[in-house]
Ligand binder design. Structure first.
Ligand code: GAP
Length: 465
């Protein structure tokens, strides 16, 4: 553990149905990925556990599911129309377009790139002799600001006024609903709103599998607090999120916190830290925590003309704009991290190597696999009966696999991270005492490889627990 290269995860994901290249039969669409049957299960589980921890698990949180399409004024107010841009440079030789700051970051580190002003990007690229990744020449144009929002038209009439954007962050859906939530949900400060949903950014340099894509999913929280208390809640959220990642088995030594320098802060932030993970290509942002102060509510108040202030229920004369602490998770990046971290190659006693995804059992696509030892009708019938019982009597998700030798089926379950496999054999149907008594099955543990024989009733009781 963990995966040594991204290729190990890309290939396992395709081979085992976690993540496929998007539009595959048409030769793909660059940097789009589709979550396959197992990826969809994994993704749902990541979202569900996130929601359980941060929304259902806390008295001070509620959820929201806002539209992707929003009034274009939202993005003027939020500052994204004016400020959400990256420095784009062109290679004068081969015309390759790329992000100048990323090239500088690769050579001189994240801190050096972060403090650069747009007019410093080209001189720095030339002074450091940073070559074009495509043709190798050092011939860069001046950097231009490239807005990352996807634009589209709403309705049948083209033209001004119909232009809208695909949201580049889910956060704004929470800000524009702030009043609705306060008025309907009897909220008291501090309180937070959690939301999971798609966001879109026309990234100049997407890549590294699902790490940076143009369509991705965020799991965001806007936590509203009384001004003056934000520093305390910032620390609390930092600790809570750090613990959340550790609780899914991410090794401490591959996580670190990086504080943004003053020149690097987003237009809305007065303090930001990232939790970074040591990806196979180096440290990269997994999660961001920002102090957005009252920036967004103030801007929406200004642009919409609506009063966005919060009235203290105990003192109606006390009206103010709350400050906001924002923990922002990338769902896809979290999944990529869980996959990388789970990837394990083990040499067995017989000298063979087994690949096993040691996913946290709460995230594994299947809780259990039910494997009839052979294709004999009676065995399959018995195994199907067991499958039905488990599904009816527990809320576990089971795979049912009859294809290939039992060894190959165990291998597959290891590679998809199924924590337990149950084998229905000739003993189960009373035809082989050496394998076990009638109505007993073998349960095999993914990590220890230990096998235990127990009765079906005991098994059901154990699974219920
Ligand atoms: N509302 C604040 C916000 O959007 P961000 O740091 O730009 O902050 C938050 O994004 C998280 O969203 C990141 O930490 C990352 O996990 C994820 N993310 C951002 N851009 C992404 C992209 N192009 N592809 C995949 N995930 C992305």
């Amino acid at each position: 553990m963990p995966a040594k290269s991204l290729d190990q995860i890309v290939s396992l994901s395709k081979r085992r149905g976690f993540i496929f290249p998007g539009s595959d039969i048409y030769g793909g669409l660059a940097n789009t990925w589709d979550y396959g049957p197992l990826g969809a299960e994994l993704k749902n589980r990541v979202k569900r556990t996130w929601w359980q921890t941060f929304v259902h698990g806390r008295q001070d949180m509620v959820g929201l599911d806002a539209s992707i399409l929003m009034n274009a004024k939202v993005w003027e107010a939020s500052g994204h129309v004016g400020n959400f841009a990256d420095p784009l440079v062109d290679c004068k030789n081969c015309k390759e377009r790329t992000r100048g700051d990323k090239l500088i970051e690769e050579k001189l580190g994240v801190e050096a790139a972060a403090v650069l002003k747009i007019e410093q990007v080209q001189p720095m690229l030339l002074a450091e002799k940073i070559p074009c990744p495509k043709c190798g020449k050092v011939a860069w144009t001046e950097a231009k600001r490239f807005n990352l929002m996807f634009r589209t038209q709403q309705g049948v009439v083209e033209g001004e006024g119909n232009e809208i954007y695909l949201r580049p962050e889910t956060a704004q859906g929470i800000f524009v609903n702030f009043k609705n939530i306060v008025d309907t949900m009897r909220m008291r400060l501090p309180f937070g709103v959690g939301q999971i949903g798609k966001a879109f950014r026309n990234e100049i340099t997407p890549g590294n599998f699902t790490f940076r894509t143009r369509e991705f999913e965020q799991m965001e929280i806007e936590y509203f607090v009384e001004p003056g208390t934000e520093a305390k809640y910032f620390e609390e959220w930092k600790d809570a999120v750090w613990e959340w990642f550790l609780s899914f088995g991410i090794a401490k030594e591959r996580l670190r916190i990086r504080e943004h320098g003053a020149d690097e802060l987003s237009h809305y932030s007065s303090r930001t830290i990232d939790i970074e993970y040591l990806f196979p290509w180096g440290w990269g942002e997994l999660f961001g925590l920002a102090n957005r102060a009252d920036y967004d509510l103030k801007q929406h108040e200004k642009f919409s003309g609506q009063d966005m202030k919060f009235t203290d229920p105990d003192d109606p004369k006390k009206k103010f704009l709350p400050y906001v602490v924002e923990p922002s998770f990338g769902c896809d990046r979290s999944i990529l991290t869980f996959l990388l971290e789970a990837y394990t190659e083990e040499v067995l006693e017989n000298g063979e190597t087994r690949t096993v995804m040691k996913l946290d059992p709460r995230l594994a696509p299947y809780d259990l696999a039910i494997l009839p030892l052979s294709k004999k009708e009676q065995l399959i019938g018995k195994a199907q009966e067991l499958y039905k019982r488990i599904v009816q009597e527990t809320n576990l998700v089971c795979d049912f696999d009859i294809t290939g030798s039992i060894g190959k089926r165990y291998r597959r379950q290891d590679e998809i991270g199924t924590p337990r496999a149950i084998t229905v054999d000739f003993g189960t149907i009373g035809e082989d005492e050496k394998q076990g008594e009638r109505d007993t099955v073998t349960i095999r543990d993914r990590d220890t490889l230990k096998q235990e024989r127990l009765s079906i009733n005991e098994l059901i009781e154990k699974l219920k627990r």
